[in-house]
Design a protein around this ligand. Sequence first.
Ligand SMILES: Nc1nc2c(ncn2[C@@H]2O[C@H](COP(=O)(O)OP(=O)(O)OP(=O)(O)O)[C@@H](O)[C@H]2O)c(=O)[nH]1
Ligand SMILES: [Mg+2]
Length: 293
Amino acid sequence: MSFKSGYVNILGNPNAGKSTLMNKLLGQALSITNAKAQTTRHRILGILNGENYQMVFSDTPGIIIPAYKLHQSMMKVVNEALIDADIILLVIDATNDTPLPENALVKIKNAKVPVYVLINKIDLLDEKVLEDIVARNKREFPNSDVIPISAKTGFGAKLLLDLLLKNLPENPPYFDQNDLTDRTTRFFVSEIIRGNILKYYDKEIPYSVEVVVESYEELPNIDKINCNIIVSRDSQKGIIIGNQGKAIKQLGIKSRREIEGFLGKKIFLGLFVKVDKDWRENPRALKNFGYED
Ligand SMILES: Nc1nc2c(ncn2[C@@H]2O[C@H](COP(=O)(O)OP(=O)(O)OP(=O)(O)O)[C@@H](O)[C@H]2O)c(=O)[nH]1
Ligand SMILES: [Mg+2]
């Protein structure tokens, strides 16, 4: 049998459940997820390897109208994902009827590749409401399959994977068949810490923070990792550290455990807080932190 391979790019509004869906389809928690919007800031590839196929999923940042340079970089990778997709998965949050920004909607509707419209979070809906939402989306996307799913419970995931496999183009694999992602261990370490910051801090902190791995030393029984937590203002530094360092200590304990689970290895984790005013607007800082120009 011939080999099938292609890019399946996951797009949609912030908080629609894109990262949860990719993790479910991969059977692995690769991308961080959170109830707060704008969790994902990069394009993250998750690769599903089968005997005769390789599905290259792209998790992408939620589509927004950019307010600062960080957002512009986030939307640049969304646009790239719109262009290089073999198949587009448009994830719609059935519990939130905020429309997509018009320019993105037009691009998705005019895409030359199959677009599957996934009505997500149906575990939170009753049937009648769901029927209305499906009907509305069928009118809006007459050329697409509209599929109800729950990325959280996995409802619809098997059906979706079968459909994707059927529609995947014939191609040799794009990546080594042992690869699970294009991202490095350092990237996932910093994302796990940022994920915990999203979980344990609120107000403006989740949107003002970046995490950078400063050093990573692999020893036989333990990895020694030092990370900088970058914030935009002095007052945020105090919040991250907390009264007598209690908050950052908790953050370190939770993050260490999660990273150890991810790596299957013991780690030492050092966390340091640095202020870099307006890093979200500074092209040099953004480049240093791995964002596209
Ligand atoms: N009940 C329910 N919750 C879901 C489902 N899918 C996602 N969620 C929740 O919705 C929130 C957002 O999920 P994410 O996967 O982080 O959403 P996202 O689209 O990647 O968000 P951004 O990266 O911010 O654009 C999280 O709290 C998820 O647990 C679902 O099918 N059912
Ligand atoms: Mg996400």
